[in-house]
Design a protein around this ligand. Structure first.
Ligand SMILES: C[S@@+](CC[C@H](N)C(=O)[O-])C[C@H]1O[C@@H](n2cnc3c(N)ncnc32)[C@H](O)[C@@H]1O
Length: 285
C-alpha cells in the first residue's frame, strides 16, 4: 500500500485536489483529511494499492502548486479503520456514530449509525452537515415530505435521517457501486429498510426514478457540475410546493444557483454558509 501525503492545503486547494481524485477514483483506495486547529490548513492522505505513477505525482504538484511525500504503509482493513477513526458528531438533534461507537451511545430516533468505508457521508463534512441541518429545518417548518429522492446518497446518511424524521418513502441513488453497497448496509443497521430503497443510477435515470413530479423533497449533495446538468430533470420530478436541498457547492457556485433559481420556479427558503462551502433549501413555486 502506498500513501501520498500533501500538507498545508487551504480549503480551496483541498477541494480541488479532492475533486481531482474523485474524477480519477481508480487511483485511490482510501483518502483521509485532517485539519490543523492552529493553522486552519488541511493534510490530505491518498492511499493506493498500486504505486502512484511519478508522472501523475509531478503533474499534481505542478498543477496544484503543492509538495507531496510518498511512503509505503502496511495494508489495512479500511472499513475497520474508518469505523475506528470516525468520532461521533452531533448536528443539531442528530448524532452520527460509526457502528464501532454505536453501543456507547443511547439510541433514539435521532441516532444515525453510519459506516463509511469507501463511501462519503459521515456528517463531518460541511456539505453533509448542512443537509442534515436543512432537513431539520423542514421539520421545524412542519413540512413533512411523503416522497423523497436522495441523489448521490453515499453512505445513505441523508436518506436514513429523513426516514427517521419523517417516515417518508425514499429512493436513494448513487453512481458508485461501493456507495450503493454501503448505503444498503447502513439502511439495514438503522432499521429503515421499509422506507428506503437504494439503486445504482447516475442522476434520475431509469423508469422507476423518473416519472414527473413525484417527489416532495429532492436532496442532492453532489458537485456543482452534476447538479447543474441534472437541474431540469430534478425540477420536472419535484412536486409543486416541493422542497429541494442542494449542497456540495462553494460560495460562488451557491450564489450562482441562487441567481438562476427563479428561472426554475424556485424560491430560496434557507441558506447555509461556512468555510467556503454553501447549501440551499429551495421551494418549487
Ligand atoms: C458528496 S457525496 C454525498 C454523500 C451523502 N449524500 C452526504 O450527504 O454525505 C456525493 C455522492 O454523489 C455520488 N455522485 C456524484 N455524481 C453523481 C451522479 N451524477 N449521480 C448519482 N450519484 C452521483 C458520488 O458517488 C458520492 O457518493
Amino acid at each position: 500500500m502506498f500513501c501520498c501525503t500533501v500538507n498545508n492545503l487551504n480549503s480551496e486547494k483541498l477541494r480541488k485536489l479532492e475533486n481531482f481524485f474523485e474524477l480519477n477514483g481508480s487511483l485511490i483506495t482510501y483518502q483521509e483529511v485532517t485539519a490543523s486547529n492552529e493553522s486552519g490548513l488541511f493534510t490530505l492522505k491518498i492511499f493506493s494499492e498500486v504505486s502512484l505513477d511519478p508522472i501523475i505525482i509531478f503533474l499534481i504538484e505542478e498543477c496544484f502548486a503543492v509538495k507531496s511525500a510518498i511512503t509505503k504503509t502496511p495494508k489495512k482493513n479500511w472499513l475497520k479503520t474508518s469505523n475506528v477513526n470516525f468520532s461521533p458528531v452531533k448536528i443539531n438533534k442528530f448524532i452520527v456514530t460509526s457502528s464501532f461507537f454505536a453501543n456507547s451511545i443511547k439510541q433514539n430516533r435521532f441516532s444515525l449509525t453510519i459506516d463509511a468505508s469507501l463511501a462519503f457521508g459521515t456528517g463531518h463534512h460541511y456539505s453533509t452537515k448542512f443537509c442534515l441541518e436543512l432537513i431539520q429545518e423542514l421539520k421545524k417548518r412542519k413540512n413533512n415530505p411523503l416522497t423523497v429522492i436522495d441523489v448521490g446518497c453515499g453512505t445513505g446518511i441523508l436518506a436514513i435521517a429523513i426516514a427517521k424524521l419523517f417516515s417518508s418513502r425514499i429512493i436513494a441513488v448513487d453512481n458508485d457501486i461501493h456507495a450503493v453497497e454501503m448505503a444498503k448496509r447502513n439502511i439495514v443497521v438503522n432499521k429503515v429498510s421499509q422506507y428506503v430503497k437504494v439503486y445504482k443510477s447516475t442522476g434520475l435515470i431509469g423508469n422507476h426514478l423518473n416519472s414527473r413530479a413525484k417527489y416532495d423533497l429532492v436532496v442532492a449533495n453532489i458537485l456543482y457540475n452534476p447538479i447543474k446538468s441534472m437541474m431540469r430533470s430534478i425540477i420536472e420530478n419535484l412536486s409543486n410546493g416541493g422542497s429541494l436541498i442542494l449542497s456540495g457547492l462553494n460560495l460562488k457556485q451557491t450564489k450562482h444557483l441562487k441567481e438562476i433559481s427563479k428561472q426554475f420556479r424556485l424560491k430560496v427558503i434557507n441558506e447555509k454558509k461556512e468555510a467556503n462551502w454553501g447549501a440551499l433549501l429551495l421551494k418549487k413555486i
